[in-house]
Structure formats: C-alpha cells, structure tokens
Design a protein around this ligand. Structure first.
Ligand code: URA
Length: 209
C-alpha cells in the first residue's frame, strides 16, 4: 500500500462535508461517521491477503476465495477512535479489538499512556489503528510505538481527516505504516486543531463540550 491513500469516492466526500458543517447535530454526525467508516474500512482492507477454500454451492463444489491469516486487530485510540470502530466492526464482526488511552502531559505536552489493552498474538495479525483525526500525530505515533512493542509488524492507520503535519510526523516515525484518510486539510492551528477541519471529533460524536 502507498504511505498515504486519500479516499476520493463521492459518497465519502459528500458525507465528510456534512460532518464538517457546524449545524450538523450529534445524532447526524454519529450516523454519518458510522456510514463513512464502512466505506473507509473497505479501502483500508483492500489488499488483505487471500486464499481459497473448498465449498459446495447448491449446484457444485468449488474452490472459493476467502481472507487468509489470523483475525485482524482493530485498535481504537480513546475516545474518538470508538466512533470509527463501531462501523468497522459491522463490516468485520470477527475482528479482535484493542484500546489505547493517552493523555497529553501539560508540562511536556507529550502523550502519556493511561490505558492499553491489546489482543493476543499481535505479531501474527494485521492491526488497523483507528482515530478520526490525525492532527499533530503525537498520539498516533505513541499508539503505534506501543503496538510495535507488543510485537505487531503489520500495521495500518485509518482516520477521517489528516493534517499535513500529522502525515509528515507519521511518515518520519513510522514509514512502514500506511495511512488511509478521507481528506488531508490545509494545516493545524495554534491549538492543534485541523483547519478547516470539523472541530473536536470526540465532542461532536458524544455531544460534549
Ligand atoms: N482532534 C480533534 O478532534 N479535532 C482536531 O481538529 C484535532 C484533533
């Protein structure tokens, strides 16, 4: 996979525009996020390894394609990652799920881990890390550091919106991790928000301020 894939499908772009609009309600934002996550999941899993198995249709036996390897791992960066996770799990219901919680140390501004629970045998699974907003890239890089420490070797990162700064940071820290996103916006502002962006994804999906 390329290091960066921007999913330009009209349905993705249309839904993203609706999500960006500030008047979009929490209920609509959540529904759109679920819908868009299905379409993004389709892209991020496009090149999964395949094998075949022998089955019988009502007409005759056949050698039919099926996904190869261990169940994949979806890793949600708390809390906004959970909004993407729900939709993807509808498409990949047998996936194993992990969670990484990070907060930003007010002194050092570096991400500090407060929670990490990962599936077993990460070394044998494709891991898809999900977080709607790739902003500074600090939390994504830290989460992927944790996954690599747990043995994961095959990792992809899925987000809804990215900043050029975040993409660059990921490319420097984890050049082996392909990124799939619906758009790369212009820049980050001084508060670390993506511009023009869609605001705080967690607040918009959970109705907090
Ligand atoms: N996190 C968000 O939710 N929004 C941004 O714009 C940046 C980080």
């Amino acid at each position: 996979m390329d290091h960066l894939t921007v999913v330009s499908h009209p349905l993705v772009q249309h839904k993203l525009t609706l999500m960006r609009e500030k008047e979009t309600s929490t209920a609509s934002f959540r529904k759109l996020l679920r819908e868009i996550s299905l379409l993004l999941a389709y892209e991020v899993t496009r090149s999964l390894p395949m094998t075949t198995k022998q089955i019988e249709t009502p007409i005759m036996p056949m050698e039919a394609p099926t996904i190869d390897g261990k169940k994949l791992a979806l890793i949600s960066i708390l809390r906004a990652g959970n909004g993407l996770l729900d939709g993807i799990l509808e498409l990949i219901p047998a996936a194993r799920v992990g969670f990484v919680g990070l907060y930003r140390d007010p002194e050092t501004l570096q991400p500090v881990q407060y929670y990490c629970k990962l599936p077993e045998q990460m070394e044998d699974r494709l891991a898809i890390v999900v977080d709607p907003m790739l902003a500074t890239g600090n939390s994504s890089v830290a989460a992927i550091d944790l996954l690599k420490k747990s043995g994961a070797k095959n990792i992809r990162f899925l987000c809804l919106l990215a900043s050029p700064e975040g993409v660059q940071r990921m490319k420097e820290a984890h050049p082996d991790v392909p990124i799939v996103t619906a758009a790369v916006d212009a820049q980050l502002n001084d508060h670390g928000y993506i511009v023009p962006g869609l605001g705080d994804a967690g607040d918009r999906m959970f109705g907090t301020k």
